[in-house]
Write a protein that binds this ligand. Structure first.
Ligand code: SF4
Ligand code: SF4
Length: 227
């Protein structure tokens, strides 16, 4: 079934490719201006890197689309379990400061994938190749399995995004409580019960807005509504 073509779906399909090209050309690594812009954008409006730029997130998302196309079963953890499993990436993020993270010991699939994009595969170990293949395979059945549960990079942007001034907001008067937004959210965020999304797992994919049947109910707007 073809999805409604929205401008952000088109842009989101192109920005990770543009990012990968700039990465290969050496414009991204250790570029201070890029880091400042990205961090400011995260503080202002959420984890844009995860949803709009990351080539590994892009690969997982498109494998998920392929899984849907092939009608493979979709696996979702029960919401209560997912809440706790989500914490894993923040623990790995915290451990990375101590130099202890497992992800750094056996090499993160994120780093391996970026190495492939950057055509520098010399440092990818056998274990790292297996891990990368496992997560890419899992992406056929689970929405962004590495991003959501294991990525310390995503955890960093997620933590900063908690301060966001702009976010997905819900007009409670227009909402018909169909929960289509919740079903569509790849991060399993419960949007249908809150006035605004303030959740470190949100990747600004805008799929909730596209799924909502009542126009104007969900918007990307100022996060703090007047009472
Ligand atoms: S569907 Fe909405 S709430 Fe869920 S990650 Fe995407 S933008 Fe965030
Ligand atoms: S999809 Fe729209 S109408 Fe349905 S629960 Fe979500 S916000 Fe409400």
């Amino acid at each position: 079934m073809l999805k409604k073509l929205t401008w952000y779906r088109i842009v989101r399909a192109l920005t990770p490719i543009a990012y990968a090209v700039l990465l290969v050309k050496g414009y991204m690594s250790k570029n201070l201006a890029y880091m400042i812009i990205l961090l400011s954008a995260t503080l202002l409006g959420g984890a844009w890197f995860c949803g709009w730029l990351c080539p590994f997130g892009f690969a997982q998302e498109w494998l998920g689309k392929l899984g849907r196309l092939l009608r493979l079963p979709r696996l979702r953890l029960p919401a209560k379990v997912a809440k706790w499993v989500n914490l894993l990436r923040y623990i790995l993020f915290g451990l990375s400061f101590l130099g202890l993270a497992l992800v750094l010991l056996i090499q993160s699939p994120f780093a391996s994938f970026m190495g492939i994009v950057d055509q520098n595969m010399s440092y990818i170990s056998k274990t790292a190749w297996i891990l990368l293949g496992t997560f890419l395979g899992l992406s056929l059945f689970i929405d962004r399995p590495f991003c959501r549960y294991f990525c310390p990079e995503g955890a960093r942007y997620g933590v900063f995004s908690l301060a966001r001034l702009f976010t997905i907001t819900r007009d409670e008067e227009k909402c018909v409580s169909c929960k289509k937004c919740d079903i569509k959210c790849p991060s399993q965020i419960e949007i249908s019960t809150r006035p605004a999304v303030r959740n470190a797992q949100c990747i600004n994919c805008m799929e909730c807005i596209a799924a909502c049947p009542v126009k104007g109910t969900l918007k990307f707007s100022w996060a703090f509504k007047k009472k």
